[in-house]
Design a protein around this ligand. Sequence first.
Ligand code: NCD
Ligand code: ZN
Length: 345
Amino acid sequence: MTTLTLRRPDDWHLHLRDGAMLAAVLPETTRHFARAIIMPNLVPPVVRGTDAAAYRARILAALPKGSPFTPLMTLYLTEDTDPDDVAAAHASGLITAVKLYPAGATTNSASGVTDFDKVRGVLDRMAEIGLPLCIHGEVTSPEVDIFDREQVFLDTVLDPLRRATPGLTVTLEHITTSHGIDYVSDATGKIAGTITTHHLMINRNHILAGGIRPHYYCLPVAKRNTHQQALRRAATSGNPRFFLGTDSAPHTDPNKLSACGCAGCFTATNTLSCLAHVFEEEEALDRLEGFTSLHGPAHYGLPPNDATLTLTKQASPVPYPTQIATDEGPVTLFDPGHPLFWQVT
Ligand code: NCD
Ligand code: ZN
């Protein structure tokens, strides 16, 4: 197979940032994607409906001329979030989901949740109105090893939370372990999981063996090879509970290449080339469209896109820039470590 036409993809987990960074990275996503769930972890975070409306307006103002891209907005759940504000933002069509960050789990998550009982009212209301909860699934206790934080979260936080609020639609985001895959596969109720591009392509050896590679450091951190294989099996299985959320998360090189570097891989530009490569390796190119363009809309109750996108396999490697220039500094593009031959044409 050398050409592949898909319904236009959506990205169900994306960081666009704000200001100069937003202006520079937005076209990298809108070139290929019709819609994206926009993460609310700005500084300060997007907490209230008014914040989401203002952020949405800034994104629309930064769109390349004539771009039909639709940002799907989210609110950042805090212990002070007002259920009425969330319900109003949902009713007006402004937001598509609410995002739960355990406090301190990742970049700009200081306002996240520590006491899950304090957000019970909001979660119950979301279940009532059918508004999905996107979850960063890692515990944050310092005594839990960073490579175990997703697995521990499933038993100690996610399962109790879902039992306490049955009926809540949940997206377990950026799954990195076989435990997360098994949890989502086996659960009853409305749950799905997103998988990133980079977690399909790297494991922890890529970050740490033969020198430390800050551009592969993201959260949740990539796990061992056996977990990577489980992610690849799930993504290419055709199971509608798994779909793409790139978690493309731009940071400037000075912020990545530092004694205390930021977490995040920037994959917006070459994600579709990477995914076609992975799906071809797994002999599952016929399942790529489900992963990029069908399962996500079904989970969020939205129609798939009518427009299409075509990938063509080239004889020589597709050229990609090493970096994207921004007025805040260069952002290094994810490098899978080998050439890519599938090109969006
Ligand atoms: C994200 C970011 O930079 O905002 N970083 C990351 O490593 N994925 C935050 C997140 O989604 O955890
Ligand atoms: Zn993210």
